[in-house]
Design a protein around this ligand. Sequence first.
Ligand code: NAX
Length: 328
Amino acid sequence: TRTPVTVTVTGAAGQIGYALLFRIASGQLLGADVPVTLRLLEIPQGLKAAEGTAMELDDCAFPLLQGIDISDDPNVAFDGANVALLVGARPRTKGMERGDLLEANGGIFKPQGKAINDHAADDIKVLVVGNPANTNALIAQAAAPDVPAERFTAMTRLDHNRALSQLSKKTGAPVSEIKKLTIWGNHSATQYPDVFHAEVAGKNAAEVVNDEQWLADTFIPTVAKRGAAIIEARGASSAASAANAAIDHVYTWVNGTAAGDWTSAGVVSDGSYGVPQGLISSFPVTAKDGKFEIVQGLDVNEFSRTRIDASVKELEEEREAVRNLGLI
Ligand code: NAX
């Protein structure tokens, strides 16, 4: 049997945590033959609820689940972690400016990055889900100088999956027939879902759609504002779909992308496509042997260029803001 993989989940008592933990424990994160040990990190007020969730996990009698530890100390929770899902974050509350939000989250992600640096396993892979995800990932990465920078990633897979679903509805093709979609930039309203390289049943998606106005006025805003639409409809933010995307992100990272396809992830820029080096920005990526690689050499048309640049500009402003706050 394989050695258990230690998976640390922060914000374990939150709504995404509740949708995520059972899927991890059942083997959907890493594979049906990989035993897992769960480490749950919460703030003190969240510990009791996390214990309740752990009781329910016990009650599922998952054959792959080797143990559950709960802590409010990052140094304990990240000890020996192979995979870290950073879900817990400080949400924006009424009257909070963006600077306040970045500062509050810096107070979470900087110490967590340091704890990962000091205690996680050598093969640690980090996915940041908590918003603002890209910049929180940058803060954690900067606090972990001994961990290769590319091990820190931010989640745009939910945006990617939302784009797949919208394009499927528009074209009538099942999602399984849609390949090579891309989310570029920030996981925010400025993100750019790009269909120009995508394929629908083997044909170029932009040609199949053949409606630039639909792309500009319907598709892009529907994907970018889907989170708000879910809140409006459900009275709570996306949870099961966010957990599903986190599962997809890590599963792909570990097990690879299919030949002839790619996915989207927030990864450290190497300067590709004019995205300044070091920013954690969403790109088209393949995964192989446990590593993401940015897909190279795509033509970027004028329509795409403007939108990628706008989202990347927002990421640069966030980086500048956290630099001025001394967080990176
Ligand atoms: P909840 O408020 O339900 O849960 C968050 C949990 O995190 C709480 O239990 C809280 O006690 C805990 N927490 C807070 N600070 C912590 C810390 N320092 N250490 C450990 N735990 C801590 O939020 P939920 O709906 O689960 O969403 C979690 C995060 O995901 C939010 O930041 C949200 O904005 C973000 N999202 C990101 C998405 C993405 O695509 N990247 C989509 C879904 C979601 O909106």
